[in-house]
Design a protein around this ligand. Structure first.
Ligand code: GDP
Length: 140
């Protein structure tokens, strides 16, 4: 299995409820290493770029608003098969459909306020990491 890096965001609904540590514990227990991490207040412009793929969707405005409504924690996670592994650890987009033990099953509030983001492909992981981190920020 290849060592990969993926991009993660602990979203505003989770930082508001002081769940950063609890979510990081699930990430680390799954064998993923947090190799870079920063708490930021995302601007609306940054959120628009980040979720540009969804710009035609009816929830886009709400999504951009939500992502810039409170601090988020942006992270780079590393491990074997990290992209697919983290998607598994996160659980389904809609927490009602998420498997037991996943982050979204344990913590998410709704389809929109679903506590975490994780990249869905190697290309997106590379682009998303590059939006928020530069090489020297990631120390392995
Ligand atoms: P993900 O890869 O599992 O995060 O899911 P998507 O890429 O399909 O959607 C991106 C994000 O948009 C989700 O994590 C949600 O925060 C939000 N989202 C997706 N679908 C809906 C929806 O129907 N309503 C709202 N309010 N937000 C949504």
């Amino acid at each position: 299995m290849a060592t990969e890096r993926t991009f993660s965001i602990i979203k505003p609904d989770a930082t508001r409820r002081n769940l950063t540590g609890a979510i990081n514990a699930v990430i680390e227990k799954a064998g993923l290493r947090i190799v870079a991490q920063r708490r930021i207040l995302m601007t609306q412009a940054e959120a628009k770029i980040f979720y540009a793929v969804h710009k035609e969707r009816p929830f886009y405005g709400e999504l951009v608003e939500m992502m810039s409504s409170a601090p988020v924690v942006v992270q780079v996670l590393e491990g074997d098969n990290a992209i697919a592994k983290y998607r598994e650890v996160m659980g389904a987009t809609n927490p009602a459909n998420a498997a037991e033990g996943t982050i979204r099953k344990s913590f998410a509030l709704s389809m929109g306020e679903n506590s975490v983001h994780g990249s869905d492909s190697p290309d997106n992981a590379a682009a998303e990491i590059a939006q928020f981190f530069c090489g020297n920020d990631i120390v392995g």
